[in-house]
Every structure is written in C-alpha cells, then in structure tokens.
Design a protein around this ligand. Structure first.
Ligand code: LLP
Length: 425
C-alpha cells in the first residue's frame, strides 16, 4: 500500500498535489511519502512483534537523512556499507547501537569511525578484514563486535548483478570455512565475536532461497556453539522483493514465518536489513514531457529525467510503472511510446514500448517505485546536476535535498596553474 493517488483527476502524494511541488522546485525531482515509509516499517515490525529484533534500514537504498530520520523515529536502525553512510546515519539521529556495517572493502578509517560511534556489529567478509579490524580496535584499546558474514552458496534467483550468496560472488566467507574463521577470530585481541550474518541478494520474490540460507546458518550456529563460540545475534540481511510490475510478492508475514522457521528457536537477537521493501514504493520520480517526437518506427516521449537520475532501467533492464500526473479522461485511447531522457546514449530509456495516454509538452508524469536505489544511484553524467528530493507528510512538504546547480559542480574543479594567468585557451 502507498499514498500516491488521484484526487479530482490530479496525482497527490498524501494530501499534497504533485503539481504544486513541481511548480515550486522544478522538475525532475524525487518525492517520498512519510506515511508510506512508516507503514512499510511498521508492518514489518508488527510481523516480528514480541521478538528481540532490530530493523536496520539498508541505507544504500535511500540515504536521504530526512528519510532515515523518519524511520529512526519509528525505532529503525541502519545497515551500512561505507563510512559516508555512517556519517549520514548519525546525522539522521540513528543511535550507534542500532547500526550494523557490512561490505567487503571497509578501510581502516571507516572501521575507526564505526568503532568510535559504538556500532552494534561489524559484518566481516574476509580473514584479512578481520585482522585489520582487530588492529584498528586494539590501537584504540577496545574490542570490535563482530559477526562473520557467511556465503551460504544459495542461488537467490534474482538478476545476476544483485545476487550475492553464490560461491562465485565476492561477498561473505565460504560457509564451510566458518569454523576455521571463528576459531581464528577467537585468537585476535581486538575481536569480540557476537554473531553471524548472511545476505543472499535483492528483490527476491520467492522465499525458498531464504529458507535454504537460514538452514545453513542454523546448522552453523549449532556447530559454532559446540566449538565454544558465543552467537547471540543473527543478521539475516535484506532482500525481500516488491511488486514493480504488479507481480505477486511475499508479504512481511510470510517472510517473518521463514525467518522464525529457520532461526526462531536459537535464542538470538535478530537483525533485519530491509531496504527496497521499506523505501521502494514510498517514492516517485516526477518528470516533465519536453517533446513528443515521432521517430521512423516509434513515438518518443522525451522527458527531462534521464538515466543519470534513474539508472535502474539502463543498468538492470528494470521495469518502473509510469503514470500521468493528470488522470486521462475516461475513454482516452493510449498510445505506445518509448519514454527517453536527453542523454546521448540509446540506453537512456526509462520505458520501452509503454502504453500511455497522449500527452502534451509540459505535462508531468510520475515514475513509480522510485524510493529505493534511484536517487542514491544518480550521477552527474552529461553534467546534469543531481535533482531535488522532497519529503511529504500529510499536507506538508519539505525540500530534503536542494537541486545541485552546475556552479556547485564547477566549484569542485579547477584549471592547472601551469597554464598561467587566466588559463585562457
Ligand atoms: N544488506 C546488504 C548487505 C546488502 O548488500 C543489501 C543490498 C541490503 C541489505 C538491502 O537489500 P534490499 O532489502 O534492499 O533488497 N541497486 C540494486 C539493488 C542492490 C542491492 C544491494 N544490496 C537495484 O537497484 O535493484
């Protein structure tokens, strides 16, 4: 469920007409609904009610501090993969003891920042990382709380670019080697083992691979406990898929049942790292039709948003629904169009052969399910500055990130002084 609906023929986010925001901030822009974010958080929390569970929002999905703050106020923590995300989580008011940190390439500096913030746990992904973390913690006279991220060699059956739990993937430590790694961890002075973590991929629409991964985790917990290790926290990662294309997706209840079936009786605190499931349907990208162009074979809607603003269709052939912001009158006959951006690449296509109503230059449209992995993956390709992000709550809206200007980008660059003078050509 979300809070983007037509009223009197105009698309609203909660109680705010999208067109009003577009008039104020210009297009393109991202727009998020607080009510949808909190609802998605709360239904997941309800499915785990009565358990010792931390919902650590995967910051990589949407790292805007207004979004994170909205979730933190509901009790959510943060799942990180970089020092930058840590800075954002802290800026959003997420307490250190609700933060977990994964990633195969944590630097010493990032480890230091996270230790200083007193995070709940590091999900360690290799033996060299374990040694380095021990050194960084020892230099501070403390121990780092560690879960080893195991790679369970389970096929999540998702797009190959976002599957993470196969042996061939760079993530985690081969699960069969876990006893050795834990034994090594126990000898390191800066390491305090607290648990185990797993994350097998993203946008899973089938729960069976979760079940397989949890079963491997479960067997390993028994084995490690027999070896004398303390395993108190199980981090099950993220990955629950959402319906981009109206395809059925498992709900939080079914997901919770899979977690309980696999791991519920082990007496551990559970950490969940959902990203897409919370933020995906809570955001839209609003764009304006620049030109309707009749090609030799196709009609193109050339819009002012492009692949630099929303990369998913170009990178993963991802499907996003597109809605006109003014509801077409009954009886309108749709036409088939390609929705494309201004960037000089054929890959800059937001939707291919899509059935949309006839639209006029200047009309607004909403690209749906754009709350996760959209604004965060934007770039300034073609020198297109990053677009604003707006957060709506009831009838209020807040400019959560202003539009970058080309001057902001130019201010980061300079000409070499060896050309002398004004550097003129
Ligand atoms: N935890 C870890 C360690 C992860 O690597 C990820 C996502 C998550 C949690 C959150 O997964 P979620 O609940 O959102 O599925 N850019 C891609 C998605 C990449 C996901 C990477 N890892 C996309 O646009 O589909």
């Amino acid at each position: 469920m979300d809070h983007f609906d037509y009223r009197d023929g105009h698309l609203f986010v909660e109680d705010v007409p999208i067109a009003d925001i577009a008039d104020a901030v210009g297009t393109p822009f991202y727009c998020y609904s607080s009510a949808t974010l909190t609802r998605h958080h709360d239904v997941l929390a309800d499915a785990f009610a009565g358990r010792d569970v931390l919902i650590a929002f995967a910051v990589k999905a949407n790292s805007n501090i207004a979004v994170m703050n909205t979730l933190a106020r509901r009790g959510a923590g943060a799942a990180l993969v970089s020092g930058g995300e840590l800075r954002r989580a802290l800026a959003a008011g997420v307490p250190g003891d609700r933060i977990v940190f994964s990633g195969v390439g944590k630097t010493r500096a990032e480890m230091g920042l996270a230790l200083d913030a007193g995070i709940l746990q590091f999900n360690v992904e290799s033996e060299p990382e374990l040694r380095t973390l021990s050194e960084v913690a020892t230099a501070r006279g403390i121990t780092a709380p560690v879960a080893i991220r195991i790679n369970p060699d389970v096929d999540a059956k998702v797009h190959q670019k976002i599957t993470t739990g196969l042996r061939e993937n760079k993530f985690g430590i081969e699960w069969t080697l876990a006893p050795e790694i834990y034994a090594h961890a126990a000898t390191l002075p800066g390491i305090r083992v607290v648990g185990m973590s797993v994350h097998i991929g993203s946008q899973l629409l089938d729960l069976a691979p979760f079940g397989q991964a949890f079963a491997r985790m479960r067997d390993m917990v028994f084995r490690l406990r027999r070896d004398g290790h303390q395993i108190d926290i199980l981090d099950v990662g993220g990955g629950l898929g959402i319906p981009y294309d109206d395809q059925p997706s498992p709900g939080p209840e079914a997901y919770a049942a899979a977690v309980f079936d696999g791991l519920g009786d082990l007496g551990c605190k559970l950490v969940l790292e959902p990203g897409r499931m919370i933020a995906g349907n809570a955001g839209v990208l609003i764009t304006r039709l620049l030109y309707r162009k009749e090609g030799a074979l196709r009609t193109f809607y050339v819009v002012d948003a492009a692949m630099n603003d929303l990369l998913r269709p170009s990178l993963y052939d991802a499907y996003h629904h597109i809605l006109p912001c003014r509801r077409p009158s009954p009886g309108t006959v749709n036409i088939e169009v390609d929705v494309v951006g201004p960037i000089c690449e054929t890959g800059d296509t937001l939707a291919r052969q899509r059935s949309l109503p006839p639209m006029a230059e200047g009309d607004l449209m909403a690209v749906r399910t754009a709350g996760a992995y959209c604004a965060v993956m934007a770039s300034t390709y073609n020198s297109r500055p990053l677009v604003p992000e707006v957060l709506v709550a009831d009838d209020r809206w807040h400019l959560a990130r202003r539009r970058l200007e080309i001057d902001d980008l130019l201010a980061l660059e300079s000409r070499p002084d060896w050309f002398g003078g004004d550097g003129g050509a």
